[in-house]
Design a protein around this ligand. Structure first.
Ligand SMILES: [Zn+2]
Length: 120
């Protein structure tokens, strides 16, 4: 009951209302002992992997996650590159085949005198 009155300062009242409705889950940030980001000086929770403001890596776990994510991106790029090269090869082969077909169709339509005309 006393919490009602204690929290009627600043925007804490609305925050506790949102929390009561399950909309906002209050983070575990210890305002007396925050983990300060070396890059932007923002206070973060003690177990923060990344800075909430600038995404700076804040722990070894965060570092490992970033490394893992980087590896995934690199293998995805490699996979797309291989797919692109394969698709290009397939397309070039299909184009080459199509041109061969068209040329041979043209040749069968040509009358022999047209072919020999140029030679005389
Ligand atoms: Zn930061």
């Amino acid at each position: 009951m006393s919490q009602k009155y204690i929290h009627y300062f600043g925007n804490e009242s609305s925050e506790s209302l949102l929390e009561a409705y399950g909309i906002v889950i209050k983070d575990k940030m210890d305002t007396l002992n925050p983990k300060i980001c070396p890059s932007c000086d923002t206070g973060n929770t003690q177990d923060a992997k990344f800075c909430q403001k600038c995404s700076m890596i804040m722990s070894f776990e965060g570092y490992q996650e970033a490394l893992e994510s980087q590896k995934e991106k690199e293998s995805e790029v490699q996979r797309l590159q291989q797919k692109y090269e394969q698709d290009m090869k397939t397309m070039q082969e299909a184009l080459r085949q199509e041109m061969r077909n068209q040329i041979s169709q043209l040749i069968t339509k040509l009358k022999p005198e047209i072919i020999t005309e140029g030679l005389t």
